[in-house]
Every structure is written in C-alpha cells, then in structure tokens.
Design a protein around this ligand. Sequence first.
Ligand SMILES: Cc1cc2nc3c(=O)[nH]c(=O)nc-3n(C[C@H](O)[C@H](O)[C@H](O)COP(=O)(O)O)c2cc1C
Length: 203
Amino acid sequence: MKVIGINASPRKKANTQTLIEAALAGAADKGAETRLVNLRELQINGCLGCEGCKKQLGKCVQKDDLTPLMQEMTTFDAIVLGTPVYWYHVSAQFKILVDRLYSFFDLGVDPQTGKTTIKSAFPAGKELLMFISRGDPEPAPMYGQFYKHLDEWLNIVPFSLGAGQFEFIHQYGANLDRKSAANDVELIQKARLAGEKLTIRES
Ligand SMILES: Cc1cc2nc3c(=O)[nH]c(=O)nc-3n(C[C@H](O)[C@H](O)[C@H](O)COP(=O)(O)O)c2cc1C
C-alpha cells in the first residue's frame, strides 16, 4: 500500500502540511509506504491549454516538475491532498495541479446521442483524502455564500482523479496562525484516523 501526500500550501510546516503529515503518519502506522511532496518546492507551470495531451492522453507536454509528479501519482493506492483557502478558493498551486490533471482527460461528444463523453487515462478507484485549511470560523463572518461555491467546486477533485472512496476534512478558524492545526489535538487525531482508514479498503 503506497500513499502520497501533496501539499499545496506555500507555507512551510504550517497547517495544511501538519494535517497531511498526520494522515501519512496514520497510514504509515498501518504499514503503508508514504511520501510527502510540497508543491512549493517544485517548479510548476499552469496549464498551457495547448491540447497536446489529447494526442497522447495522460502525457502532458510540459517539461516541469509537475509532469513526472502526475505520472507518479498514478502509481499510488491513495492520495492525500491539502490546500489552504485563498480568497474563498484553493491556493494557486492547488489549482495548477487540478488544471494540469486535465492532461488525463478527453471530453468529447457522442455523435449519435449528442451527450458528453469522458475518457480518463488516470487509473480510477484510488482513495482520496483532502484537507482544506481556512482562517475563517464556521459560519463565516462575511461573504459566507462564496464558500458554497468552494464546497461545490471541491467535488471536481475526486472527479478529476476518478477517485473511489474520498473524504474532505476542513479546518476552520485557523486565522493566520500556522500552528493552529498542530495545537488542535482533536483535529490531528481526526487526520491521523483518516490516514489509517486509507489503508482499509471498504467494499
Ligand atoms: C492570500 C491569502 C488569502 C486568504 N484567503 C482566505 C479566505 O478567503 N478565507 C479564509 O478563511 N482564510 C483565508 N486565508 C487564511 C488561510 O486560509 C489560513 O491561514 C490557512 O490556515 C493557511 O494554511 P497554511 O497554514 O497551511 O498555509 C488567506 C490567507 C492568505 C495568505
């Protein structure tokens, strides 16, 4: 069992990373082989929209650090992702990852039915755990309706990965305190247990 954690927070050892590490520790306790990748340490570019991947599905033409990482992601049994909330959305690093996963997708139209067809070269059925850390408490003090959009949008992540089981864990009220997750015993325990759960396949 192999589990990869991908941290999309630009802040080193802050809340998102702490939560991913807790989950990876939980999975490792149950015998999983784990690896943590911090997107902030990689050279990553946004999607070019060149459609080069449609000629060779699953192969992004870009030569940056994300191209091999996306290939590596296909080899893991479970994926743990984490992002801070930035301006009511995910971080730029996280959005780049999701945009680039488009390289596995071919969206078309069935000429007979006119319906959208979806072909994905990303191996389906992987387990997914996702952490979303935000400064605001719940309920949000202002523009709370924007979080509805975020919550809905987040469903694109399991969809783009063709995930099997998936779970979202939100951290609320972190403010800008990078140690708030580390100081929240209950949340760390929840993250750890979610990581352990990744090693148990539910049928
Ligand atoms: C540019 C920026 C934008 C942010 N926007 C929001 C926001 O819209 N809503 C919110 O609740 N917190 C917002 N925050 C706070 C972060 O989500 C919060 O501090 C989070 O815990 C950061 O995760 P990290 O510790 O892993 O970096 C923002 C922080 C930054 C730096």
